[in-house]
Write a protein that binds this ligand. Structure first.
Ligand code: CS2
Length: 489
């Protein structure tokens, strides 16, 4: 079987690029080339290239590991995007030029980012990839930030690369680029800007910080497309649909959404042609999506993991659990301000998307990195709901599910390691606490942005402790069944 590549011909039912990719130069360097970027930013850009053309192909950079480059470079950047809804569609994406990775990553990425043609540096490295605190400051304890502050000339992290590239552009008399964060952080652009300026100042480059502040832009964005990790089945399906072997195929849902602040320093693709919405202020959209979609996701991931549900669709197939998802969406919606959208309609559409039987979205995947995700998804709306007097029980249930998940043990009674950048500290907190009453304050001291002290007091704190106890003693399935019977208000 021939490998997918620029010269491969369509022999299956998959759609092929409707333009000649090699005729377009790269105007974007993308840091972090995971499945999400391949299903979202690259697919939007593919549509613009087909409809409008332009020098907007993308050079990818893998900051860690070489597997994505090893899969994509022999394929000339081509890969299959499989969309699974009521029907299955496949499309070969031609946006990607090549992927930079490996030992020469820093020098090659900097060379790409300092080409005059580079006008946007976009990013999907997940919440933990940046090195920004939940308040938006530069996190000097983040391994990549700490290493790059030590040796700024050979950066390995996002912030170090951006600062070094902008410094080189300034020195060469080139204009700045737009930095486009496409991760699920609240105020992603704003926070990244602050951290970049702090990094520049910390490396004694005050003049550079001033130049960046005046010339580079950091639009905030809200991104959305449910994209599970690829499996052997994904690759098998891509082969059947394209007639070629494809080691970089991605599968995703039909729905996609992208809301972007229209502040680009040096032009941009007309992503609106592919459905993007350009607005002056992304914050309300971001709040809606992070608190409703992602908040419900995190809740169902921990409670799903603890009740034997491997996929989101399994949670939705349990009527009691699905009722808790809807309860969570309702409570989260009550905290969203400033949007003239019908949030009941949005919530109903989310529940439908979660049901999608053709998407195998693993609860274990969503459960990863809770310390990075829960501040904006659960803690912030919980505190606001408490203040405003709107329902808080769903947030207590979500946090209790996370705490119980951290305290999980295997069949032999040994603790199960969680996948989180703070896994060691979390494990120590669990091991050191003699009971739930002691565990909650220990976790709050460790991650006050996940469990703010205010949530340990009063009725909220009592519900939280009681729910963790109940999950521990009765099991998650019993607690889900009882929670679903409660009066929703
Ligand atoms: C999920 C997100 O893994 C997770 O934490 O909640 O990746 C989610 O699927 C996307 O944000 C959907 O746009």
């Amino acid at each position: 079987m021939n490998r997918l590549s620029a010269s491969a011909l369509s022999v299956g039912t998959a759609a092929w690029p409707r333009y000649r990719p090699e005729e377009h130069r790269a105007g974007i360097v993308h840091l972090g080339l995971g499945n999400f970027a391949r299903a979202h930013l690259l697919a939007y850009t593919d549509e613009v290239l087909a409809r409008r053309g332009g020098d907007w192909r993308i050079i990818g950079v893998s900051l860690r590991g070489t597997s994505v480059a090893e899969a994509l470079n022999p394929q000339d950047g081509r890969y299959t995007l499989i969309t699974r809804g009521q029907e299955t569609h496949a499309q070969v994406i031609g946006t990607l030029k090549h992927v930079i990775a490996g030992t020469r990553m820093a020098s090659c990425a900097l060379a790409a980012m300092t080409r005059p043609a580079c006008r946007i540096v976009s990013i999907t490295v997940t919440e933990k990839g940046y090195g920004i605190t939940s308040e938006g400051a530069l996190d000097r304890t983040h391994p990549a930030v700490a290493a790059d502050l030590e040796s700024p000339a050979v950066p390995g992290g996002v912030i170090g690369l951006i600062v070094a590239a902008l410094a080189a552009r300034r020195a060469a008399g080139l204009p700045a680029f737009t930095v486009l964060s496409c991760d699920n952080l609240s105020h992603n652009g704003q926070k990244l800007r602050r951290a970049v300026l702090e990094f520049a100042a910390a490396t004694q480059q005050d003049a550079l910080a001033g130049w960046i502040a005046a010339n580079a832009t950091f639009p905030s964005t809200m991104v959305d497309r449910i994209t599970p990790a690829s499996t052997r089945e994904t690759l098998g399906a891509a082969q059947a649909l394209t007639g070629h072997e494809d080691l970089a195929a991605v599968e995703t849902e039909p729905f996609h959404q992208w809301v972007i602040e229209d502040t680009f320093a040096a032009g941009r693709p007309e992503w609106e042609l592919a459905g993007a919405l350009f607005v002056a202020d992304v914050a309300p959209y971001e709040q809606m999506k992070l608190r409703m979609l992602n908040g419900a996701h995190s809740m169902l991931a921990y409670s799903g993991q603890l009740s034997g549900k491997a996929y989101v669709r399994d949670v939705m197939a349990d009527p009691a659990h699905a009722a808790l998802v809807r309860r969570h969406l309702k409570a989260a919606a009550a905290t969203v301000r400033g949007l003239a959208l019908d949030l009941d309609v949005y919530a109903a559409a989310l529940a439908e998307r979660f049901v999608n039987p053709s998407i195998a979205h693993a609860t274990a995947q969503i459960a990863m990195d809770g310390t990075q995700k829960l501040p904006q998804r659960i803690a912030a709306p919980a505190c606001e709901a408490l203040e405003a007097g709107t329902p808080v029980r769903p947030f207590a249930f979500a946090l209790a599910s996370w705490v119980a998940y951290l305290a999980r043990r295997d069949a032999c009674g040994a603790p199960i390691r969680v996948d989180d950048p703070r896994a060691d500290a979390l494990r120590n907190a669990v091991a050191g606490a003699k009971d739930i009453a002691a565990l909650l304050p220990a976790l709050s001291a460790l991650c006050p942005d996940v469990l703010p002290p205010v949530l340990l007091n009063g009725e909220f704190g009592a519900s939280l402790a009681q729910l963790v106890e109940a999950i521990d003693s009765e099991g998650m399935a019993a607690v889900i069944a009882r929670e679903a019977m409660r009066d929703w208000e």
